[in-house]
Design a protein around this ligand. Structure first.
Ligand code: 6PG
Length: 255
């Protein structure tokens, strides 16, 4: 099912908001709309979150009114797109950040929260999270999870999730979750793979800040450049680039 109730004029799958607060509000509205539609149409809502700094404002908003009361948390299942293999109390742990900003502040059942197993050797963690996804989505051999909504970020090098430029895992088309090393911090990580991303019903990139303007320009205006984020192209789903004016400052629509 595709989220029908976007409250925004979408120009070629791009939405530009004036500032990071409006960006976070729009993202929270999309989360809420998706949750309400999916919960009413099929009794559950599956969403995968990214790490990094951009989603923090949205996570905090979701734990406040009106979203706190309107989102069917009891029907919501939260997964992660990627995780750094660092201790859970480490500043760089994506789950720990989301736990503080969102999970601990909303009435979602603990059993509906699926952090990536980042405190075991990363190859083992990847196999374990693949099993968690396969069990939850009741996957047969070769089948892919169908997330209702995935939020992605993008680094200034065009990476998304923990899929970094020129890494072999970009070509992975069998495993659902892989272990990689790289990024900032340069640590072992777990990440879901491109085929899983592209099997989502709805994907929203959340991009904020002037430091992303050049890479946004590359994504939209430089077809020669192959970037991990440009491989995100849902097979049968919607893709929205939700940016603030700073991040979109290199594009004509932001004028
Ligand atoms: C991660 C993220 C990563 C993030 C981008 C953007 O764990 O590193 O999933 O893909 O979305 O690096 O991060 P910022 O939002 O901090 O710019």
């Amino acid at each position: 099912m595709k989220i029908k109730s976007f409250k925004q004029t979408i120009v070629n799958n791009r939405i530009v908001k004036d500032n990071p607060d409006d960006l976070a509000k729009e993202a929270a509205m999309i989360f809420s709309a998706a949750a309400l539609e999916c919960a009413s149409e099929k009794g559950l809502f599956t969403v995968a979150l990214s790490g990094g700094s951009t989603p923090k404002l949205m996570h905090r908003l979701l734990a406040e009114e009106p979203f706190l009361s309107e989102i069917p948390w009891i029907r919501t299942h939260i997964f992660w797109v990627d995780e750094r293999c660092v201790p859970e109390d480490h500043l760089s742990n994506n789950f720990a950040a989301a736990k503080k900003d969102l999970i601990d502040r909303v009435p979602i059942p603990e059993s509906h929260v699926y952090p990536m197993p980042a405190q075991v050797p990363s190859e083992k963690g990847a196999v374990e999270y693949q099993r968690i996804l396969s069990d939850f989505f009741n996957l047969g051999p070769g089948k892919l999870p169908h997330f209702d909504l995935i939020f992605l970020g993008m680094g200034t090098d065009g990476h998304t999730a923990s899929l970094f430029p020129d890494q072999r895992v970009l070509e992975e088309n069998e495993r659902l979750v892989v272990s990689v090393k790289g990024g900032d911090p340069d640590v072992y990580r777990l990440t879901i793979t491109i085929p899983v991303l592209n099997n989502a019903r709805n994907i929203v990139f959340l991009i904020s800040g002037r430091k992303k303007a050049h890479i946004i320009k590359s994504v939209f205006e430089n077809n020669q450049v192959s970037l991990p984020a440009k491989r995100v192209c849902p097979v049968d789903g919607t893709l929205i680039w939700l940016m603030d004016r700073e991040a979109a400052s290199s594009l004509s629509i932001s004028k």
